[in-house]
Design a protein around this ligand. Structure first.
Ligand code: SF4
Ligand code: SF4
Ligand code: SF4
Length: 331
């Protein structure tokens, strides 16, 4: 049974998304919503649904991976129902975190939104100023959602090579890519019960079905583009990149006491790989870290040596996955 449906936006996709989040808040009786999309340096909690008009998932800036903060928030406010708004790479990180630790996900509602890409921090500010405001910059991304967003070569390398920018895996997923967002957006629920709670309507019209087919086509093109970019970046850097896990361990060894990439990663900030007296990190732990990498690029953004960590980690992750028996492959 279908759990997705198209919602009319009447020219205001952002307003409709904010209304949808508000409906989810009320129907799932949330106490707070964790968001990181307003350009703040850390995710913050919205405790009043009337403040949801401030939420804009399309601001092209990502300063931290929200998933990194969720375990602490859940610990700080026990017994509260928490909604969390996530980009796809944050959702991927959260999935990996739940494999490592028992989080009380029964009191979490995850809302994952298609991502239209993000600029490096240093670019974002002047682009927003040039556009007149950060809202206008966000609207520019949304304006081109139907074509798959703007093909911004200035986006962070994580975004240019994103595994998928499609909102998926959340309890509620919101789709804009490939759709005429001034008319309709897509809502996709985890299951039929969630869809029913949110007022799902059956997709019956041929027009709606053809919009979904068009979206699928644009998504396939986007993924093709990011695969090519990933390959191109890897080829360009081939002679200087660590080529395998052992070379990466030596790189970390040479980094000395710097642990910025560890600190900023949602998957190892709270639990560094162990290190021996010579400064070498535990191979198996770094291997597990690489395999679980969500591709968000927060490590690269933090690296004081400006190393292309997304390209390095992506290559090594793929190598490690390829070396696992086909029956247990990770996707
Ligand atoms: S890596 Fe992908 S999901 Fe994450 S911010 Fe970039 S485009 Fe969005
Ligand atoms: S290693 Fe880097 S890209 Fe991978 S999840 Fe951690 S911060 Fe994100
Ligand atoms: S952030 Fe850069 S310099 Fe620091 S440990 Fe990581 S790779 Fe090395």
């Amino acid at each position: 049974m279908n759990t997705n449906w198209l919602v009319e936006t009447h020219g205001d996709p952002l307003g409709v998304i904010q209304t949808l989040i508000k409906a989810a808040w009320e129907r799932f009786e949330l106490d707070t919503l964790m968001v990181s999309m307003n350009g703040r340096t850390k995710p913050h909690l919205i405790n009043d649904p009337e403040q949801l008009y401030k939420v804009n998932p399309f601001k092209p800036l990502m300063t931290k991976n929200t998933a990194k903060y969720l375990p602490q928030v859940l610990g700080d406010i026990p017994n509260r129902r928490v909604g969390v708004l996530l980009r796809p790479c944050e959702m991927r990180a959260l999935v990996e975190l739940t494999k490592r630790e028992a989080l009380p996900m029964d009191r979490v509602l995850t809302i994952c939104v298609d991502c239209l890409g993000t600029y490096p921090r240093e670019d974002y500010q002047w682009r927003a100023e040039r556009k007149g405001s950060s809202e206008r910059l966000a609207w520019e991304s949304l304006h081109f959602a139907r074509q798959g967003g703007i093909a911004a070569y200035r986006f962070r390398s994580a975004c240019q090579t994103c595994r998928t920018p499609i909102g998926q895996g959340g309890d509620v997923n919101i789709g804009v890519i490939g759709l005429p967002v001034r008319q309709k957006i897509l809502v996709d629920a985890r299951d039929y019960e969630t869809a029913k709670t949110l007022g799902r309507e059956e997709i019956t019209s041929e027009e709606d079905q053809s919009l979904i087919d068009q979206r699928d086509y644009i998504i396939a093109k986007l993924l093709q583009r990011s695969t090519h970019t990933r390959q191109r970046l890897a080829d360009n850097l081939e002679s200087i990149l660590p080529r395998d896990l052992d070379a990466l361990l030596h790189l970390f060894e040479r980094c000395g006491e710097c642990r910025e990439c560890f600190d900023n990663c949602p998957l190892c900030a709270a639990d560094y790989p162990a290190r021996d007296e010579l400064g070498m990190y535990a191979r198996e732990e770094v291997k597990q870290w690489m395999i679980s990498c969500a591709g968000c690029g927060m490590c690269e953004q933090a690296c004081p040596n400006h190393l292309p960590l997304v390209t390095i980690f992506t290559q090594i992750r793929q190598q490690l996955i390829d070396s696992i028996e086909p029956a247990s492959q990770i996707h």
